[in-house]
Every structure is written in structure tokens, then in C-alpha cells.
Design a protein around this ligand. Structure first.
Ligand SMILES: Cc1cc2nc3c(=O)[nH]c(=O)nc-3n(C[C@H](O)[C@H](O)[C@H](O)COP(=O)(O)O)c2cc1C
Length: 223
């Protein structure tokens, strides 16, 4: 069963100063009238897609002569922007990941947005541990000199946020690392008029080892 909420904008409450706007008539005939109940654990799949980013973090235990392997890489799909001022981003990292304690120790990390053509490398970094392999050299990736902090990014990425740890919280079975973004870099043309350019789409994860990008076939600009 549906409850159809009458859009209040056509009947503004007496106290509202909202300007009346004409919304197109809502047509829900395309939607089945019944909803199915899913297992609770499926909430993560329903909430996808998410950008599959590679987070780089210093690994003080390794020293491999400038190949980048003194930096570990972890694939992260659970992340979000949190605040504009100060600029904050959060990443959710399970304590059993090798990268978890590296982030605690380093106090900083870099978020690297990757292109679709590097999906194999993104998947590798999300299915192998830095405890066992040196991911930079295994993936043939190139370390990117940091601009403000001391953690390398990934040269082959489309965009990079250098983040200094701002807060850390244990939330359920993951740790929420809040990073203050202190540097933002991107390949030229990554943004066009402030939004993602169609020809340099970052990689999305949609669950079950499946990756995708934005086709933007149905891009709507509403003013
Ligand atoms: C697409 C994808 C997204 C992932 N997202 C997360 C995530 O948000 N948080 C997390 O803790 N692990 C996530 N993982 C799992 C880690 O990337 C994976 O366990 C990795 O091997 C950990 O590497 P490490 O042991 O070197 O830190 C993801 C894996 C994949 C393939």
C-alpha cells in the first residue's frame, strides 16, 4: 500500500512563506503497488552505488625504495562528505583491515578517485591485504607526491583529497575516520561548470564485485 503525500507546496500552510511552484503531476503508475521486505543486511546493497575510492596511507613498516610500497592502499565504498566548513569527509574502515591501524598511526590519509579502466586494480586493492602484498608495485601504480601532508596519492587517479584525521569514532563494526580535507587536486576538466564531466567519470561500486560509471543519459538540470 502507498500513502500518497499531497505536495504541500500547492497548499502551503498558513505560516509558510514558500513560493508556490508548479510541479509536474506525479505519475506513479509505473511503480508496482506492493513492496517486498528484504533481509536487513541488504540495506547496504540498496544504498549503493557509491564511488569506489582508493585510500592511501603510510605504512611505516615497509621501506621499498621509492616504489610507493611504503604506502598501503585500501578500497573504500563506505564514505561521505560531512561538512563544507571545515571541509570534512568520513571513511568507514573495519578494524580488521591492515589499513585501519595504519590510519590511526599516520593520522592522515589520501582519498583517490579512480577511473573505470582501473577497476581491476581497485578490485585487487579491495580483495588483498597489505599484510601480504605490496599493492603499489603489484598493481603497477605510481606514487603521487603529496601537496600538503606526507602521504602519497596515486598518480593514475582522477582526483585526490589529502586528509588529516579530525575525529575517530567506533560505530558498530567499523571505525568512522573523519578527515579534514587540506588539499584537493583533479585532472583538468574533471569538473565542468562545477559538476562531474561526462568524459572523465569516476568509478562506482554497485555491489557483488560489480563496478560501473555514470552514463548521464538522464541528466536533468533543474533550476
Ligand atoms: C569495492 C570495495 C569496497 C570496499 N569498501 C570497504 C569499506 O568501505 N570499508 C572497509 O573497511 N572495507 C572495504 N572493502 C574491503 C577492503 O578494501 C579489503 O578488505 C582490503 O583487502 C583491505 O586491505 P588492507 O588489509 O590492506 O587494509 C571494500 C572492498 C571492495 C572490493
Amino acid at each position: 500500500m502507498y500513502i500518497i503525500l499531497q505536495p504541500f507546496l500547492t497548499h502551503p500552510p498558513a505560516h509558510s512563506h514558500a513560493k508556490t511552484i508548479n510541479l509536474p503531476e506525479v505519475n506513479i503508475t509505473f511503480m508496482p503497488k506492493v513492496k517486498e521486505t528484504l533481509e536487513l543486511q541488504k540495506f547496504v546493497n540498496v544504498a549503493f552505488p557509491a564511488l569506489a575510492v582508493l585510500v592511501t596511507v603510510k605504512d611505516a613498516k615497509r621501506n621499498t625504495n621509492g616504489t610507493g610500497n611504503e604506502t598501503n592502499i585500501i578500497t573504500i565504498a563506505w564514505h561521505t562528505q560531512i561538512s563544507r566548513n571545515p571541509p570534512l569527509i568520513g571513511i568507514s574502515v573495519a578494524p580488521q583491515r591492515y589499513s585501519h591501524d595504519l590510519i590511526v598511526d599516520a593520522g592522515e590519509f589520501v582519498v583517490n578517485f579512480m577511473p573505470l579502466k582501473l577497476s581491476e586494480q581497485v578490485h585487487y586493492c579491495g580483495s588483498h591485504s597489505g599484510r601480504d602484498v605490496a599493492k603499489f608495485s603489484e598493481c603497477g601504480l605510481t606514487p603521487l607526491e603529496p601537496q600538503v601532508l606526507s602521504t602519497h596519492g596515486i598518480e593514475e587517479g582522477l582526483a585526490h583529497f589529502e586528509c588529516r584525521i579530525f575525529d575517530t569514532k567506533t560505530l558498530g563494526d567499523h571505525t568512522w575516520f573523519v578527515g579534514e580535507v587540506v588539499s584537493v587536486r583533479a585532472v583538468p576538466g574533471f569538473l565542468q561548470d562545477g559538476i562531474l564531466a561526462k568524459d572523465k567519470p569516476p568509478l562506482f561500486y554497485i555491489g557483488k564485485n560489480t563496478y560501473s560509471t555514470l552514463s548521464m543519459e538522464q541528466k536533468l538540470h533543474l533550476s
